[in-house]
Design a protein around this ligand. Structure first.
Ligand code: DMJ
Length: 609
């Protein structure tokens, strides 16, 4: 416009001054409009780039890490072969629909479905835990109608407890809050953020103990708290809120969420714990360790997970947390991994850690295993010999560590072997049973002298002897249907539809690319279909080794079956990598949370150094 004006007027031979140009344009207000709009668009579009990226308080508008909803495997070709993974993932999706529909038709809005009788269980808060736990699986499977219906119900919840009612903090965080946060991250539905924020606020007073460790349960009506039956805070309870509260702090900008969660981490940094051997119980008042049991099973399990995953979730920025994971996993491998005498099954147990032995008269102060007073600095352990299904998450965690940590080659080797050998043992405990489903707890056969069964010294010896054949614990004995050949007895005979073995198979598949993990997962899914399926859902199995035809079932369908077991199976079978492991971390209830970076504003606001 300006050039056409210039071409037609007295100033055409030279560039006009700003005042001259303005006076020429002044009489033509309408012809200004497109120019002005164009200018505004350019400023709007390039402004953030010129200013150097999005502003720091850009909290509610996080970009989606992946495109959703992805297309579910709806098609079912008539000629599909039995090992068509698309068809298999479709079958898992159908299993999910079968269980959620059963819950929806018979138990909604109670906590869980009783899948035999069609009755209900209000075994948690009575807030409909199955809806919260199933939410992100619906999204991942592309079940948008169920998802939208569930979000409507969730939008109406108040989370106020009834008089005298207390809700368990740990379970509510990992199932309800984890479910809300994950579904929000996937769908960006603001109702989910609003409800996550509401629930997060209402549960926060659980941290108001003298030490800052969370109480077992809380009344959201009065903010009063209660301890659990141990009288202590379990290590799993102390740390299995970090992913949830820190992500919540990130998406709401509220420092109190970060501070309360971080206080628990602070206690871990300050605790006088040798070699990352964090015990299973902590004094809620003083924040100090209160027993000497080291475990990856019940009481401890998810705390181990949250060390590595916290570091991953905040884009590997909080290196102090990574060091805790490195120490703890080293100690697990050293003190808790054993092999059985005949089958050489690698397993993880728990142990009472003995205090360092008293000074030896001739001990050299320079010896790496002695303190300057001559006492042994490395504690010895007394293993229990139990192997819990709950511990079958560990191979997946170790494999994730191998994939994401910059471990020295020799450690990488040990962690990968431990992951592979343990995942195989978890598989064997399924393959050995008449139903093909794994028992909840096993009692492992031990060497007459316990320390002879420790895995790590055997691996070192194998290395020194020239590494012939596969390392100990990785020699893959075949399934043993006869009790005598198993090297263990069954301590708890139930299969509670738990996810841990399948969770590890999924991570093993994604990190090693070995399709054998998919095949094993498929075998387990078929056993679930055969023995656990009822007319309206899926039921826990009472005795996994009872019968080769129909196993007796319990009238229970835990919500984690929809949150975890079916989700991991689905992700194991879909070829598409729906939840890439470099962009998401799974909370301990399999709710994926996106990996993010703290902004400069957050670092200042939350005091993150
Ligand atoms: C789930 O609720 C969670 O994975 C928890 O951390 C422990 N295990 C159960 C399912 O077995």
């Amino acid at each position: 416009m300006l050039s056409s004006l210039l071409a037609r007027n007295q100033y055409s031979s030279r560039i006009p001054s700003f005042r001259e140009a303005f006076s020429l344009l002044a009489g033509r207000p309408l012809r200004w409009v497109p120019q002005l709009l164009g200018f505004l668009v350019v400023i709007w579009y390039f402004g953030p780039i010129i200013r150097g990226g999005p502003p720091d308080d850009y909290i509610y508008e996080l970009p989606l890490p992946i495109q959703h909803p992805h297309l579910p495997p709806l098609y079912k070709p008539p000629t599909a072969s039995a090992n068509d993974w698309k068809l298999r993932s479709h079958q898992v999706r159908e299993a999910f629909v079968h269980s959620y529909k059963g819950y929806r038709d018979h138990a909604f809005p109670a906590d869980e479905l009783a899948p035999m009788s069609g009755k209900i269980h209000n075994n948690f808060n009575g807030w409909g835990v199955t809806i919260y736990d199933a939410l992100d699986t619906m999204w991942i499977m592309g079940l948008t109608e169920y998802f939208e219906e569930a979000v409507k119900v969730i939008g109406e919840a108040s989370y106020t407890t009834k008089p005298k009612q207390y809700v368990p903090f740990f379970e509510t965080i990992i199932r309800h809050l984890g479910g809300l946060l994950s579904a929000y991250a996937l769908s960006k539905d603001p109702i989910l953020l609003q409800q996550a924020d509401r629930m997060g606020e209402m549960l926060l007073p659980a941290f108001n103990s003298e030490s800052g460790l969370p109480a077992y349960a809380i009344s959201t009506r009065t903010n009063a708290t209660r301890g659990g039956w141990t009288g202590n805070t379990l290590w799993a309870e102390a740390l299995s809120n970090q992913l949830e509260y820190k992500y919540l702090a990130h998406i709401t900008g509220k420092p109190e969420y970060f501070e309360k969660a971080e206080r628990c981490m602070q206690l871990m940094y300050e605790a006088n714990v040798t070699d990352g051997i964090f015990p299973t119980q902590w004094n809620t008042k003083t924040g100090a360790p209160s027993n000497n049991k080291f475990s990856v099973g019940a009481f401890a399990d998810s705390a181990h997970e949250y060390l590595l995953k916290q570091w991953l979730m905040t884009s590997r920025s909080e290196t102090k947390i990574k060091d805790l994971y490195l120490n703890a996993s080293k100690s697990i491998i050293e003190h808790l991994l054993y092999i059985t005498p005949n089958r050489e099954m690698l397993y993880v147990t728990d142990a009472d850690m003995l205090k360092p032995s008293p000074p030896k008269p001739n001990a050299s102060p320079e010896s790496p295993k002695t303190t300057t007073q001559g006492a042994t600095s490395i504690p010895s352990s007394v293993p229990s010999g139990t192997f819990e299904h709950l511990s079958c998450f560990l191979p997946g965690l170790l494999a994730l560590g191998v994939q994401t940590l910059d471990l020295p080659e020799s450690e990488k080797e040990i962690h990968s072997w431990a992951a592979e050998g343990l995942a195989y043992s978890c598989w064997l405990t399924y393959a050995d049973m008449k139903t093909g489903l794994g028992p909840d707890v096993m009692s492992m056969k031990m060497y007459p002298k316990n320390e002879d069964g420790l895995w790590l010294p055997r691996v070192e010896k194998w290395k020194q002897q020239g590494r012939s054949g596969r390392p100990p614990g990785l020699r893959e004995p075949g399934a043993a249907s006869e009790k005598a050949g198993r090297d263990y007895t069954i301590y708890k005979r139930s299969y509670l539809l738990r996810p841990e073995a399948l969770e590890s198979f999924y991570i093993m598949w994604r990190t090693t690319g070995n399709p054998v993990w998919r095949e094993r997962g498929w075998t387990i899914f078929q056993a679930i279909e055969k023995y656990a399926k009822t007319e309206i859902g899926y039921a826990s199995i009472v005795d996994v080794d009872k019968s080769s035809t129909k196993a007796p079932v319990k009238d229970e369908m835990p919500s984690y079956f929809l949150a975890e077991t079916l989700k991991y199976l689905y992700l194991l079978f879909t070829d598409e990598e729906i939840i890439p492991l470099d962009r998401w971390v799974f909370n301990t209830e399999a709710h994926p949370i996106p990996i993010f970076e703290w902004t400069e504003t957050e670092k200042k606001l939350f005091n993150i150094s």
